[in-house]
Each structure stands twice: as structure tokens, then as C-alpha cells.
Ligand binder design. Structure first.
Ligand SMILES: *Cc1c(COP(=O)(O)O)cnc(C)c1O
Length: 230
């Protein structure tokens, strides 16, 4: 647990270096700490080192943690796939969702967002690899989905998210991230007011920052290797 502050500092150094080589201001990229499979203690340790944005994949696990840590001023991001029967939990407990990829889920989240909470902040997950089995909206359908989601009263559309397949080298990583960046620019040029491009993880955050990411989602580089229950 004592290694979390050190590993968090190391990630900040990587981000700083990546911003520098890209000629971008250091504060143009936000770090989301992905705490899935780690307990509330790990989140507390990261929070004590200054981290306030956390990402979770598994809804039930997340809701437990969010409830347990209610007294801390944390911002919770859902970055896992959302099944319809879990949308209410997401709408009631999270501040952000990065994984909206169809209108039906967006409509449910908007309907289920409690009135006393701020609008749910949303990114659309886009399938930049184009594989038919991957989650995420197809690139050619992003604009229509974005325009529909932007109309929903209890959601606020913030941008795009992607999880490209691992690529063989830096240039190949950048090529996929750049597709997301170009879609982001196209949506912005169509008049949507967006500020978030969620891309980059422990292994490829440098390429993501070089390609215009504004938010990197980093888990293992901060918390260590994950152990999934058998
Ligand atoms: C687990 C996960 C991450 C973090 O991955 P690391 O390789 O541990 O940094 C980022 N984004 C999503 C969507 C994830 O599921």
C-alpha cells in the first residue's frame, strides 16, 4: 500500500514528460486512477496522495466502494460496459460514464438520473479498431448518437472514449488514437461543445497524450497488478 504514492508520482512524471514532448501544457491531461479490483484502502491511499478522480468497471463492486468512501470528495467514473439492468445503479452512484455506446442506454441513464444530483457527465465509447465484436459505437454512427445524446435532459455530453487493441509500436498506437481525435474534432466542428477525449492506459498513455488525449485512465501503473477472482 505504501507504494501507491510513489507509483502515482511516477505516473505524473510520465504524463509531464509526455505533455512536454507533445508541446502541450501539463494541466491539459487529467489522470483518472482506475481502482477496479482494489479495495477502499487503496483508494484512500491514492486520495491521501492527492488523487480525486477514480474509475471503476464492475458496477456492484464500485457501488460498495463509493458507498464506503462517501465521506471523501471523490469523483467516480464508470468505465465498464453497462448492461440495461445495471443502468439505474450507474445513474444513481456515478458522476461520469465513459462507456455509452447506444441510445437506449443513454435514454435509461437520463431517465434514471436522480433529480437531486447534477447531470451525469457522459463520453461516448467509439470502436476505433472497427472490429465487429468490440463494444463501442461505429465511427460512422458517432455523430448521430452524439446529437441524440446531447438532447437528453439529465445527461451532459463531454466527449469520446476509446480502448484500442494493443498495437505493435508507438506509431501504430498513435494511428488508432488519432482516429478518435479526428472524430472528436469532427463532432466539435459540428457545433457540439466537448472537452474530453478519454484515451490512454498504463501501457500506452504516451501515445494517447501525443495524439490529443485529455484524460488517461491508469490502473496497474498506480495500484499494481490486478488479481481477478477465479
Ligand atoms: C482496467 C481499465 C483501465 C486501466 O488499465 P491499466 O492497463 O491497468 O492501466 C483503463 N480503461 C479501462 C476501460 C479499463 O477497463
Amino acid at each position: 500500500m505504501t507504494t501507491i504514492p510513489l507509483q502515482l508520482a511516477a505516473v505524473h512524471s510520465r504524463l509531464q514528460a509526455a505533455c512536454q514532448s507533445a508541446g502541450r501544457p501539463v494541466d491539459s491531461v487529467t489522470l483518472l486512477a482506475v481502482s477496479k479490483t482494489f479495495g477502499a484502502d487503496a483508494v484512500r491511499a491514492a486520495y491521501a496522495a492527492g488523487q480525486t478522480w477514480f474509475g471503476e468497471n464492475y458496477i456492484q463492486e464500485a457501488v460498495q466502494k463509493i458507498t464506503e468512501l462517501r465521506e471523501l470528495p471523490l469523483v467516480w467514473h464508470c468505465i465498464g460496459p453497462i448492461q440495461s439492468n445495471k443502468s439505474r445503479l450507474v445513474a444513481e452512484h456515478f458522476d461520469w460514464v465513459h462507456t455509452v455506446d447506444r441510445l437506449k442506454i443513454a435514454q435509461r441513464l437520463s431517465e434514471q438520473r436522480p433529480a437531486h444530483l447534477a447531470p451525469l457527465q457522459v463520453c461516448l465509447q467509439v470502436n476505433v479498431d472497427g472490429g465487429p465484436t468490440k463494444s463501442g459505437v461505429a465511427p460512422q454512427e458517432v455523430l448521430a448518437l452524439a446529437q441524440a445524446v446531447a438532447q437528453l435532459p439529465r445527461l451532459r455530453l463531454r466527449g469520446l472514449m476509446c480502448i484500442p487493441d494493443p498495437a505493435p509500436d508507438f506509431e501504430a498506437e498513435c494511428a488508432l488514437f488519432t482516429r478518435a481525435r479526428e472524430l472528436f474534432d469532427a463532432l466539435s466542428n459540428s457545433g457540439l461543445k466537448l472537452d474530453t477525449l478519454s484515451m490512454g492506459m498504463s501501457a500506452d498513455l504516451e501515445a494517447a497524450v501525443a495524439s490529443g488525449s485529455t484524460l488517461v485512465r491508469v490502473g496497474s501503473a498506480i495500484f499494481g497488478a490486478r488479481h481477478y477472482p477465479a
